[in-house]
Design a protein around this ligand. Structure first.
Ligand SMILES: [Zn+2]
Length: 354
């Protein structure tokens, strides 16, 4: 089932100015096909990204480490650990001839942005205007907990207002897609961001599960890259929702993941709640964006214990603090990459790993 190896070139995420590819110092990993999907060896990814590989040949587990990064891989799973947080790859890790392989799309659009932000990308996005998007509103309450009498639209707006206050105090420019309890269509949210000339977009939500009062924790979503399905579309009863065309939001696949990873790490470190992972989904609110964007699920309104916490102003302030800190980390990463020496320079010397 493996084809002859070929050289991989990073596929360009559409026509965005952020898509310009700079020459890389290390050779690009060779590509093999497994079941019709392009894969690259984890060992080659380590060489390309300048990371150390640990794990014996034939082992089902491998670790990549850098100065301040670490990723753990295991054969046959999509659920891996990167820099201490749980990350769902778009394709399972393959195991062939005593070697582990990761899909080329995951290598380019998940691992590279998490382990070496900016690597291979010449142009950095700006980070001046942050758009916060409180989910739902007006006639759409979002998820509800009738027992506690709480709903998602109210908490999402409250967290957005708290986060704005923190960001503005930190010198950021912030625009909200709604500032009160009103209905805003999903596609309109991207229009508001575009009119505001947004540099980054965060949609704020809370989760719920039917007939489940125990599940709790945070999730962070990016729009699925072209040729990958949503994380939740892998079950035997699920429909494969892979899209073979690129959406506007796919122009920012690399930066979407840099952004998501920054906020995810803060959520997990600061909120002390279960890490349900960084996931992929074909989300309508992210699809039309003209800047990097993510969606955060800040907790479960159906969890007896978590809903009670979320219902307190103290915990919503903690969520806002974590969100603002994650946004700050993302901005700091971009700033560190936008030094004069970085312009047009080889990315290996311009992209400190975080
Ligand atoms: Zn929602």
């Amino acid at each position: 089932m493996a084809d002859s190896p070929a050289r991989s070139a990073p596929s360009r995420p559409g026509a965005a100015s952020t898509a310009a590819v700079a020459p890389a110092a290390a050779p690009l990993p060779a590509v093999r096909k497994f079941a019709g999907t392009d894969y690259v060896a984890v060992a080659d990814v380590a060489r390309y990204l300048g990371l150390t590989l640990a794990g014996a040949t034939g082992s089902k587990k491998l670790t990549l480490t850098g100065r301040s990064t670490r990723a753990e891989f295991e054969a046959d799973t999509r659920d891996i650990s990167v820099n201490g947080v749980r990350v769902f790859l778009g394709d399972p890790i393959a195991n062939s001839g005593g070697q582990l392989y990761v899909s080329r799309v995951d290598f380019e659009r998940c691992l590279t942005p998490m382990l070496r932000p900016g690597h291979g990308i010449a142009v950095r996005p700006s980070s001046k205007i942050i758009v916060l998007d409180p989910g739902h509103g007006g006639s759409d309450p979002g998820k509800t907990n009738t027992k506690l009498g709480v709903n998602e639209k109210t908490f999402a707006l409250d967290v957005a207002l708290r986060t704005r206050k923190l960001l503005v105090a930190g010198g950021h420019r912030v625009v909200l897609t709604r500032e009160d309890d009103r209905f805003v269509a999903l596609t309109q949210r991207a229009v508001i961001a575009s009119v505001a000339r947004a540099d980054a977009f965060v949609s704020i939500h809370f989760n719920a599960l039917a007939n489940d009062t125990r599940t709790s924790g945070v999730e962070v979503y990016t729009f699925a890259p072209r040729f990958q399905r949503s994380t939740n579309a892998w079950g035997p009863a699920e429909t494969n929702d892979t899209e073979h065309h690129a959406s506007p939001g796919n122009r920012f696949d690399h930066w979407n993941v840099v952004f998501a990873h920054a906020i995810h790490r803060r959520f997990v470190a600061d909120l002390k709640t279960p890490d349900r992972g960084k996931k992929l989904m074909h989300l309508a609110v992210l699809r039309p964006l003209s800047c990097p964007g993510i969606l955060v699920e800040c907790g479960f309104l159906t969890s007896e214990t978590e809903a009670r916490k979320i219902a307190t102003a103290e915990y919503r302030q903690q969520i806002a603090v974590a969100l603002a800190a994650g946004i700050g980390d993302y901005v700091a990463t971009l700033d560190s990459l936008r030094t004069p020496a970085a312009a047009g320079a080889a990315p290996t010397t311009a992209a400190p790993a975080r």
